[in-house]
Design a protein around this ligand. Structure first.
Ligand code: CA
Length: 614
């Protein structure tokens, strides 16, 4: 009898040592061989702060245990030296003599060359996909257990069922179109009761939304893209989380998010960050106000929040093998922190690229957010790339306005003439539309000629072109009708769709022509180094004709935009001889015709020409 009792007791003790509840730990695992040895773990469990964490693993030191005003959290500062090998170690959280919680922490081996990865750049054409709206490759994940919002394709603001499988099923299409990088709107869990499809109210920073896919599928999609020489840009949000985020029920500390006596919205006036006349009141509203009732404002001045976000971005780069990040609402986050974040990313991945969404009206304010060699305005973001909204706003109007001193083609001219504001304007991400803006074809009044002018300009001026899904098949939608209307389902992405833009079935002639037009331009642009890194030289628009050149040592490309509603003769080539050097022969890219003498060209009304000068 005594024996049995002892045996049972041993058995119980044995089992107990392996059956401690696990705390939530984020990041859930990490890597060896990172350039920065520091790692800070967020640990969440009931009364965890009353325990003492212990770990024993060669090369890993527990430097410091940080407590906050909430006893359910600990932040552990680890140091992972170069001697640490990949493997698993246990972190025990002891209270008195007992182990209250335990976690098997894994250090993975960093993949070779990870640090040297080349981020996206001016040699890319990016396609922006909204995963819920592009293609539904897996109808089984449209509704998932535990996910509050169910699919409803009839609701423009509801979930429509698109997913990663839908994207991976159509990589061939995207590749054929000439896209070389895919920016996918946020894919992380958004477990909100409604309006969850857009992905910008994240409820778990380490987990894909199961209706979009799994973490493993996301990693696989990136790997599949790489096989086709396409990169993936992850859409990240540091400014806010979703109000249904798990930590909103029990914040790690009182100042984890910005608290207001009553709900206070940001004023959405990003210029206050750089405005020398700004009031403290406006600045606080801009920085600390909530983006929306469903989007609490994260406090990046809190060191633990800052570390959490920085590590989260590195975790995804390393885990999924990313080629770039698009940072949402860039000016709304603490600017000192954002600069620190970029420096840390660049330390870990010196050739990586990050584009910050700087939704601003004016060139100077946009350039404030662009990184530079030296501090220019008492501030340096170090941000390698910004979204070029001023150029977009010019494109909204330029192609369907009558010419005047400041209108029509002059709009494009004036924006580009301010490029002295940027260290490297070639890295600006340029676009005709995106998921927050009216679709370009609608902006052009559904005029196909104006649309084509816009696309030629996008593919040949300086910058990294980005194309919103569906723009290649003339999808329409006005922003003022509601966001659902500018984010409609891509035809052919759902079983039973009458129109299938992947196969061409059911498309009208113009759609097919637009698709072919853009495919031609984008595939042509791929190998045109002169468009990636060549000099841009433009001539003052005259009589509604805008002429510019892209040149390098090997090539001269001349682009001619005739914004007139009638045919015009080509301006006298002598005016452009500093680029033409007396040459008059050319190959016209769009019509694929040889031209004996460019001076004989007639420019059709509302047209664009791309001339490879011979
Ligand atoms: Ca689905």
């Amino acid at each position: 009898m005594k024996k049995i009792i002892i045996l049972s007791l041993l058995c119980f003790l044995f089992l107990q040592s392996f059956s401690q509840p696990n705390p939530r730990i984020e990041p859930p695992f990490w890597w060896t061989g990172m350039k920065v040895p520091d790692l800070q773990l967020l640990v969440y469990a009931d009364n965890i702060a009353s325990t003492a964490p212990r770990l024993v693993y060669p090369g890993v030191k527990l430097l410091k245990v940080n407590k906050t005003d909430n006893p359910d959290y600990l932040f552990l500062d680890l140091q992972i030296s170069n001697e640490a090998r990949a493997g698993v170690f246990r972190i025990d959280f002891q209270r008195d003599e007992d182990v209250s919680y335990s976690y098997e922490y894994e250090l993975k081996e960093r993949s070779p060359g990870s640090s040297e990865r080349q981020g996206f750049g001016p040699d890319d054409v990016i396609v922006l996909l909204m995963p819920d709206r592009f293609a539904n490759g897996n109808p089984d994940n449209d509704d998932m257990p535990g996910m509050l919002e169910k699919a409803d394709r009839q609701n423009p603001d509801g979930r429509h069922g698109g997913d990663l499988k839908g994207i991976s099923d159509h990589l061939g299409y995207l590749n054929d179109m000439g896209f070389t990088a895919i920016w996918i709107n946020p894919v992380l869990e958004n477990n909100n009761p409604k309006y969850s499809y857009h992905g910008y109210a994240i409820t778990d920073f380490y987990k894909l939304d199961p209706r979009i896919g799994t973490n493993e599928e996301y990693g696989k999609l990136v790997a599949d893209c790489h096989k086709k020489n396409m990169g993936v840009i992850m859409d990240m949000v540091f400014n806010h989380c979703g109000h249904m985020h798990w930590w909103m029920q029990n914040l790690p500390s009182e100042d984890w998010v910005h608290q207001w006596p009553e709900f206070t919205r940001t004023n959405y006036r990003a210029p206050v960050n750089s405005d020398p006349h700004a009031s403290e009141y406006d600045y606080r509203r801009m920085q600390d106000g909530w983006f929306d009732t469903s989007m609490p404002d994260l406090n990046q001045k809190n060191e633990f929040v800052a570390n959490y976000l920085i590590q989260n971005s590195i975790w995804w780069i390393e885990y999924a093998g990313l080629d770039g990040i698009r940072m949402d609402t860039y000016p709304y986050s603490d600017q000192e922190f954002m600069a620190r974040w970029i420096m840390r990313i660049m330390k870990e991945y010196p050739n990586f690229n990050v584009v910050g969404e700087a939704w601003l009206q004016k060139e100077a304010i946009t350039s404030y957010y662009a990184g530079s060699e030296s501090e220019r305005f008492g501030y340096n973001s170090f941000l390698p790339s910004v979204t070029d909204f001023p150029l977009h706003f010019a494109m909204q109007k330029a192609f369907h306005e009558d010419e005047s001193w400041t209108e029509g083609m002059a709009r494009l001219y004036y924006v580009l003439a301010q490029d002295f504001l940027y260290d490297d304007p070639l890295t600006n991400v340029i676009f005709a539309d995106n998921h927050d803006l009216s679709r370009f074809y609608s902006l052009m009044g559904e005029d196909f000629d104006k649309y084509k002018m816009g696309m030629v300009f996008l593919m040949t001026t300086r910058g990294i072109p980005m194309v919103y899904y569906g723009t290649e098949i003339l999808m329409t939608g006005e922003e003022n009708m509601g966001h659902g209307y500018i984010r409609e389902d891509f035809p052919g992405g759902w079983q039973g769709d009458k129109i299938n833009a992947f196969t061409g079935e059911g498309m009208d002639e113009k759609q097919a022509e637009a698709q072919e037009f853009l495919s031609l331009l984008q595939n042509w642009r791929k190998d045109k180094e002169v468009l990636h890194s060549g000099k841009l030289l433009h001539f003052v628009p005259e009589s509604g004709i805008y002429v510019y050149f892209r040149t390098n040592d090997e090539e001269v490309i001349m682009v001619v935009l005739n914004n007139n509603n009638r045919e015009r003769k080509m301006p006298l080539p002598e005016r452009f001889d500093e680029c033409l050097n007396g040459k008059r022969k050319a190959y016209e890219v769009i019509t694929q015709t040889e031209i004996e003498d460019i001076k004989d060209i007639f420019l059709p009304p509302k047209s664009a020409m791309i001339l490879e000068i011979k």
